[in-house]
Design a binder for this molecule. Structure first.
Ligand SMILES: NC(=O)c1ccc[n+]([C@@H]2O[C@H](COP(=O)([O-])OP(=O)(O)OC[C@H]3O[C@@H](n4cnc5c(N)ncnc54)[C@H](OP(=O)(O)O)[C@@H]3O)[C@@H](O)[C@H]2O)c1
Length: 287
């Protein structure tokens, strides 16, 4: 297949590049905003034509959750309008669109892991633009897999793990929110799952939503403690409540995703979050 990956400099896009190096049976085309602005409909159409794209993995997004509260138009452009452009182009070219969405489409008031069909109720501008992005893809008629993930981190870019480790280097103690529950996702594991979806569906018809995170349930507090411990640092972590750490955007108190569907569909096992965290921290140490 001829596979386009958008947002290839981001956390997930970088991991897709690593996977592609092993998946040599496909032709890969990696793009980011400097080579293909996914908001530019003409450029997207030209790109699909030129490279005869069979599958597009959309790793591009506006991901600044708090900043989105002040920049709703830009967030909407990248997270809702651009997926519409990609879906329309995929439909025209009979290509599979793998689109990444987020746990932040949910309201966060559940007491058991969210299923793919549970009602969504985003509480932030970012979550709203990603939810709308899902809608436009579902309405487009193209072949798609929407993969919702959560708490994504990797050894590149800005993320919670890297922030905690760098704070640990400069502080004796830090405060981290302990009343939001979810599951971290190492971008390397998500990239492997995406590759399995591509190989599973190929160019066959598909219209599915999946959930993918690592296994387990934790809080941002326990996530920070684990990262600092695994990295062998000594900073003390104090648990605080969401009220004590106000942010511009509302975040779901509970955003654990049920992953049964993707596990059954692909016959995969998913690593426990702490094991993958250790792999990522190893990677960071060796950088
Ligand atoms: N990060 C998380 O915790 C998290 C959690 C749940 C779901 N997700 C979803 O997972 C996916 C991957 O996230 P990520 O963390 O890998 O994102 P990321 O690191 O922020 O990477 C996104 C990439 O897309 C690029 N981009 C932005 N606008 C673009 C445009 N118009 N055209 C082409 N490229 C553009 C960005 O460039 P610039 O850096 O120059 O803007 C960046 O290189 C996203 O759909 C995100 O919503 C993320």
């Amino acid at each position: 297949m001829n596979i386009a990956v958008t947002g290839c400099y981001g956390q997930l896009g970088t991991e897709m590049q690593k996977i592609a190096a092993q998946e040599t049976g496909h032709q890969w085309f990696f793009t980011d905003i400097d080579t293909l602005d996914i908001c530019n409909e003409k450029a997207v159409e030209h790109f699909f034509n030129e490279h005869q794209i069979d599958c597009c993995v959309n790793c591009a997004a506006y991901t600044a959750v708090d900043k989105a509260e002040d920049e709703p138009q830009l967030a909407t452009l990248v997270n809702t309008f651009a997926p519409k452009v990609l879906a329309k182009t995929c439909l025209k070219h009979n290509a599979l669109l793998i689109h990444i969405s987020t746990d932040y489409v949910f309201g966060g008031d559940a007491d058991k892991p969210y299923l793919e069909d549970d009602p969504i109720n985003p509480k932030s501008v970012y979550g709203g633009t990603k939810a709308d992005g899902e809608h436009v893809i579902r309405d487009s008629g193209c072949n798609y897999c929407i993969v919702r993930t959560a708490w994504l981190y990797s050894s590149v870019g800005k993320n919670f793990v890297k922030t905690m480790l760098s704070l640990a280097d400069t502080h004796d103690s830090i405060n981290v929110v302990c009343d939001q529950k979810g599951t971290p996702t190492w971008a390397g594991d998500l990239a492997i799952a995406i590759m399995s979806l591509i190989n599973h569906y190929g160019t066959n018809p598909v219209h599915e939503v999946f959930h993918f995170t690592n296994e387990g349930i934790t809080t941002w507090y326990d996530f920070a403690v684990a990262a600092i411990e695994i990295a062998g640092k000594t900073c003390k972590v104090n648990p605080i409540t969401t009220d004590q750490y106000p942010t511009k955007a509302n975040r779901p108190a509970y955003s654990v995703l049920d992953k049964s569907k993707i596990k059954q569909t692909l016959g995969i096992e998913i690593p426990f979050w702490k094991d993958s965290l250790a792999k990522c921290i190893d990677e960071l140490k060796n950088k």
